[in-house]
Design a protein around this ligand. Structure first.
Ligand code: ADP
Length: 545
C-alpha cells in the first residue's frame, strides 16, 4: 500500500480501542480514535478518514445519530461507515444500515475482524431491501423524536433550575444590598450617638486638667493626661467614622476650588516636618508638573493626602525614607507617596482599601498617632478611596511584598472642572444650622454649603417652640448675664424637638464654674474666643453630620 489508509474509530471502551489500534497499525493503517460522538464528528472533519468504525453505544449520542450527522456533512456522503456493536438484538443491524452505515460487524472483535474491514474497503456494501429500509427508517426517526423530546424536557428542567438559581441569587443580592445599607446606617447612627457623650466627657476632662475643680496632685495630673490622650484618640476615631459615613452616603458637602496642586501637596508634606524629624525619617518632595492648576475639593483632597502620608510614617521604621511627588501625565495628575516601610503582600494590595480592613492584628498596635505601627481601625484608606471616587480619580497601592516598602498612587483628572460642569456640584446637601446671638463668630462657617439661620436672642426666645430640628445650634454670646445663657440652653435642652440637636456655646470668656454648669445642662461643646480655627472645624465636623 503506497498511502496508509486512515481509519477513525469512535468508541468509548478503551480496551476495544487498543485492540483495534493494534490490529490496524500492524497492517499499515493509520489509526485515529475519538471517545465521544461529538469528538468523533470533529475528528472526522479534521482528518477526512477513509473508514469510520462506529460504536453504537456512545456516552453522549448514539452511534446512529453520529452517523446521520456525519452523512449530512458534504464530502462525507460516501465515506465508509461500519457499525460495531455487541447489541445484535432485534433489528440492530437493520437500524444501523438504515441510519447510513455501510456495514455491520458484531462484537467481540476477533481474528476475522481485519478481513471484514478489508472487504468493506474493497467495495462491499450491505444494503437493505427498500421496504425494510423504509420500515427501519421510520422506526429510527420515531426513536430520534423520542430522544429529542427527552432532551427537550431535560433542557426545560435545567432552564427551570437555572431560573430558580437566578431567583435565589437575586434574593441574596437584595439581602446584601439591604445589609450594606443597614451597615452604613449603623455606622452613621453609632457615630452620631457616640460623639455627643464623648465630647462632653472631653469637656469635663479639659476642665479638670485646667484646674477648674482645684489644684491636681501630680498622680492625678498624670492620669488626666492619659485620659486626654485617649479621649482625643476616640474623638479622632469618631471623626473618621463620621467622615466615612458622610462620604459613603454622599451627604458630605463639597465645594470645588482651583489650586496649584504642587503647592497644595507640598504644603501638606511640609506640615509633617516635625513628625518626620521625630521618627528620624528622611523625607523628600519632588514634582514634575508643567500645568499645576487643577480643580479639587480642598478639604477632602487634603484629608486624602494627609491619610496617605500619615500611613507612610506609621508603617515605616525609624530612619526610613519617604518621598512624596506630583507628576503630570497626559490626562491626569498623579500624586505618589512612597515609603521604605513594612511593605504590603500582594494578596492585600486591594483589600487594604476595604473599610475596617487592617493587615496586622489591631490589638498589637502601639498607641500614639505616628509611632511605628500605630495602626488605626482600617478606615483611613477607604476614606481615601471615596475621596478619589468623588474626584473621578483613582487610588491604588504597589509593593514588592513584606519589608519592601510601598507606594500609594492617587490620581485626579486634569479637567475635573469641565467634567463636573455638566453636573452643578459633586454632592450637595443642605445642613441647617441655627446661630443664636452674634454673627461675627461665623467667618469659619461656609455659607455656600450650610443653610445658616441667624437669630437674635429675643428672636430665638419667641420662635423656639416652632423651630424644626437642625444639625447644630450655636449660641454665640458676648458679655451677657449667666442667667440668660442658662435660660437659652434650658430652652433648647427642654424642647422636645431641639433637645437632641448638638449645641455649641461660644463666648469671650466664661469662668470654669459656668463652663461646668453648661456641660451639666447638656451643652456638647464650649469654645472661648479667640476661636482656634482648627478646633472649631474639627468640632464642627463632628457635629454637622
Ligand atoms: P489604619 O487606620 O489601620 O492605618 P488604613 O485604612 O489607613 O487603616 O490602612 C489599612 C491597612 O493597610 C493598615 O492597617 C495597614 O495594614 C495597611 N497599610 C496602609 N498604609 C500602609 C503603608 N504605607 N505601608 C504598609 N501597610 C500599609
Amino acid at each position: 500500500m503506497d498511502k496508509k489508509l486512515k481509519v477513525l474509530y469512535i468508541e468509548d471502551n478503551q480496551y476495544n480501542l487498543l485492540l483495534v489500534k493494534k490490529i490496524l497499525e500492524a497492517n499499515n493503517y493509520q489509526f485515529f480514535e475519538a471517545k465521544t460522538g461529538l469528538e468523533g464528528i470533529e475528528k472526522a472533519k479534521e482528518i477526512s478518514p477513509d473508514l469510520i468504525l462506529m460504536d453504537i453505544n456512545l456516552p453522549d449520542f448514539s452511534g446512529l445519530d453520529v452517523t446521520t450527522k456525519i452523512r449530512s456533512i458534504s464530502n462525507f456522503e460516501t465515506v465508509k461507515i461500519i457499525a460495531i456493536t455487541a447489541e445484535v438484538g432485534e433489528g440492530g443491524r437493520e437500524k444501523a444500515l438504515a441510519a447510513g452505515c455501510d456495514g455491520f460487524i458484531p462484537k467481540p472483535i476477533d481474528s476475522t475482524f481485519l478481513k471484514k474491514i478489508e472487504q468493506f474497503l474493497s467495495g462491499k456494501n450491505e444494503r437493505l431491501e427498500k421496504e425494510t429500509e423504509v420500515k427501519y427508517l421510520r422506526q429510527y426517526s420515531r426513536e430520534l423524536m423520542d430522544k429529542l423530546l427527552i432532551k427537550y424536557e431535560e433542557l426545560e428542567k435545567t432552564n427551570q433550575e437555572l431560573e430558580n438559581t437566578l431567583r435565589v441569587i437575586q434574593e441574596v443580592n437584595q439581602k446584601l444590598i439591604l445589609l450594606n445599607k443597614m451597615e452604613e446606617n449603623f455606622v452613621a447612627i453609632s457615630s452620631h450617638e457616640l460623639r455627643t457623650p464623648v465630647v462632653v466627657v472631653k469637656g469635663f476632662i479639659d476642665l479638670i486638667s485646667d484646674g477648674a475643680f482645684g489644684e491636681l496632685n501630680p498622680k492625678l495630673a498624670e492620669i488626666i493626661k492619659v485620659l486626654q490622650i485617649n479621649i482625643n484618640r476616640l474623638i479622632k476615631t469618631i471623626e473618621d467614622i463620621t467622615n466615612f459615613a458622610n462620604l459613603k452616603d454622599g451627604s458630605s458637602s463639597t465645594i470645588l476650588t482651583e489650586v496649584n496642586i504642587v503647592d497644595f501637596v507640598k504644603e501638606i508634606f511640609d506640615s509633617f516636618a516635625t513628625k518626620f524629624a521625630e521618627r528620624k525619617i528622611s523625607a523628600h518632595f519632588e514634582s514634575h508638573v508643567i500645568n499645576p492648576i487643577v480643580t479639587i475639593e480642598t478639604t477632602l483632597f487634603s484629608q486624602a493626602i494627609n491619610n496617605l502620608i500619615a500611613n507612610a510614617i506609621k508603617y515605616t521604621q525609624d530612619l526610613g525614607n519617604i518621598s512624596v511627588g506630583v507628576v503630570e501625565e497626559a490626562t491626569q495628575i498623579k500624586i505618589y507617596v512612597r515609603d521604605s516601610g513594612i511593605g504590603i503582600e500582594k494578596q492585600f494590595l486591594e483589600r487594604i482599601f476595604d473599610k475596617f480592613f487592617t493587615i496586622q492584628d489591631s490589638s498589637h498596635y502601639f498607641s500614639g498617632e505616628y509611632e511605628f505601627m500605630a495602626g488605626g481601625k482600617g478606615l483611613g484608606l477607604s476614606i481615601v478611596k471615596n475621596i478619589a471616587r468623588i474626584h473621578q480619580g483613582n487610588v491604588w497601592a504597589e509593593s514588592e511584598g513584606k519589608n519592601m516598602g510601598s507606594t500609594f498612587y492617587f490620581t485626579i483628572p486634569k479637567d475635573l472642572k469641565r467634567k463636573l460642569e455638566q453636573k452643578t456640584s459633586i454632592i450637595t446637601s443642605e445642613k441647617k444650622i441655627y446661630v443664636i446671638g452674634w454673627k461675627d463668630a461665623l467667618e469659619y462657617i461656609n455659607y455656600d454649603i450650610y443653610d445658616v439661620e441667624m437669630m437674635s436672642i429675643p428672636d430665638f426666645v419667641l420662635k423656639c417652640d416652632a423651630l424644626e430640628p437642625s444639625s447644630l445650634i450655636i449660641l454665640y454670646i458676648a458679655e451677657i448675664g449667666e442667667d440668660i445663657i442658662y435660660d437659652i440652653v434650658g430652652r433648647v435642652k427642654t424642647n422636645d424637638k431641639l433637645k437632641m440637636v448638638p449645641m455649641m456655646v461660644i463666648d469671650k470668656n466664661l469662668n470654669n464654674h459656668i463652663k461646668a454648669k453648661l456641660y451639666t445642662l447638656g451643652v456638647e461643646q464650649y469654645l472661648t474666643e479667640p476661636i482656634d480655627k482648627e478646633k472649631f472645624n474639627s468640632t464642627f465636623q463632628i457635629f454637622v453630620v
